[in-house]
Write a protein that binds this ligand. Structure first.
Ligand SMILES: [Mn+2]
Length: 445
């Protein structure tokens, strides 16, 4: 076997090892699998099969655990296939690890997978541990990322209501101004806009937030100074590297609202019309009204369940997606008029000048989504919106998935994904920024 192939086998094996460890922590519902540790993965030479070695703190019920793992193997294979995007998803064969010294190493490995120590001692799942923390807490603080979107705000309001139904009062801190699109959400009047410095909560639940950098600074500071009690993070962003929160419920769900819905089921939390509206809004917001690629069968099943409560899909969709300020509508007309197609109609460009903004009495927030005016034209592969800002310009770049606009943004020091990126030009006129962007975009074809 070549050295290169040997390395690849090891690498794939290690990735499967990591992903399976996380899946066992986060995605498994089977209580028999709670204290299973993956101790090693050995790939077959053709990459089509993998032997997965497992061990347990208490090996007396290893037969039962082995059966559970075999049953769950197709589920794990499916997840591994999605996560690693291999040409062939290897078939997983679970093998009990007989090596005696492996037992002694288990605690070490368990720590590596970020298991909460206390939960480990009590042999609770993360979710059970969360329920225990909540029932023990006398004061609970809720928050989410700055400039909350529908998922963040809906999740905070749903969590506050669930706690209330559990007989727990809480402080939900959202000091941001709530956009008109979200004022229909129930419970906004109970949000806190200031933090009481003297109060140290027992428990803080951070929703829909991948990193403390996304929090309001006063909350992030209080957390880093350990003034927020035990910190729980409930989130769906794909950021496993972030060491943030004492207890982390992070799942690959469409929305944080979806995770809360699943937790309600798993932990038998109460639910009412208020919780249902908030969760429905959260899911609709993050799936773009069931249009984005994160929309799955589970999304629709969850929505159907939520419609058993007093929820109006029409009202929620109209509020979130068809509610605009007058200035935005005026700007829409002005910006649409600037649309030009270049490079045989494959590149669409839109402009918004400061004068247009001033004439419409609009703000930069009004421009959200305008780049799609260009991208949605038949035949267009990439679109940009160039916006004149004080002392420079900025641009949003979108592609239909075939061209990599992140590379274009990167060439000007910007960033983003293949299909959506952004860049800011300081010290440069809007005309100059356009010329430079046109030049770079032309290289894509
Ligand atoms: Mn979200």
């Amino acid at each position: 076997m070549s050295k290169e192939k040997e390395r690849r086998l090891l690498r794939v094996g290690q990735s499967i090892h990591n992903e399976l460890s996380l899946l066992l922590l986060k995605d498994t519902r089977d209580p028999a699998l709670l204290d299973v540790t993956i101790t090693g993965v050995k790939m077959a030479q053709d990459f089509r099969a993998a032997k997965v070695f497992f061990s347990m703190l208490d090996s007396s019920n290893k037969e039962r655990v082995h059966r559970s793992l075999k049953r769950a193997a197709p589920f794990f294979q499916g997840k591994i296939g999605q996560l690693l995007q291999l040409r062939h998803t290897p078939k997983l064969y679970f093998v009990f690890d007989e090596t005696p010294e492996k037992g002694a190493r288990i605690n070490e490995i368990v720590n590596e997978t970020m298991l909460d120590r206390q939960r480990e001692k009590n042999n609770l799942s993360i979710e059970q541990f969360l329920a225990k923390r909540i029932s023990e807490a006398n004061s609970i603080f809720l928050c989410c990322h700055r400039k909350p979107d529908g998922d963040a705000l809906g999740s905070v309001l749903a969590m506050k209501r669930i706690l209330q139904l559990l007989g727990k009062s809480s402080v939900a801190y959202v000091p941001d101004e709530i956009p008109a699109t979200m004022t229909f959400l129930p419970g906004l009047e109970d949000l806190a806009h200031t933090i009481d410095d003297g109060d140290v909560p027992d428990l803080t639940i951070v929703l829909d937030t991948a990193s403390p950098l996304q929090l309001h600074a006063e909350v992030a500071n209080a957390i880093s100074q350990q003034r927020m009690g035990h910190v729980v993070v409930i989130d769906h962003h794909d950021r496993f590297d972030e060491k943030f929160g004492h207890t982390v419920v992070r799942r690959a769900s469409s929305a944080t609202g979806q995770i809360l819905f699943d937790l309600i089921r798993e932990l038998v939390w109460p639910m009412d019309d208020v919780v249902a509206v908030c969760l429905y809004a959260a899911i609709v917001a993050d799936t773009g009204n069931f249009r984005f690629s994160n929309t799955t069968k589970v999304t629709f099943e969850t929505a159907a369940e939520l419609l058993n409560f007093k929820v109006s899909p029409t009202l929620v969709a109209k509020a979130l997606f068809d509610t605009f300020t007058l200035s935005r509508q005026r700007l829409l007309g002005k910006v649409a008029e600037t649309l030009v197609l270049l490079n045989e109609g494959r590149y669409a460009r839109l402009i918004c000048t400061r004068k247009m903004l001033a004439d419409a009495q609009g703000s930069l927030q009004d421009l959200e989504g305008f780049v799609n005016i260009g991208r949605n034209v038949i035949g267009v592969e990439v679109a940009i919106l160039v916006t004149e800002i004080e002392g420079g310009a900025k641009a949003s770049l979108r592609s239909n998935g075939m061209c990599d606009v992140a590379a274009v943004a990167a060439s000007f020091g910007g960033g983003g994904h293949k299909a959506a990126a952004g860049v800011t030009f300081g010290d440069c006129s809007v005309e100059e920024a356009i010329a430079r962007l046109d030049n770079e975009m032309a290289k894509l074809f």
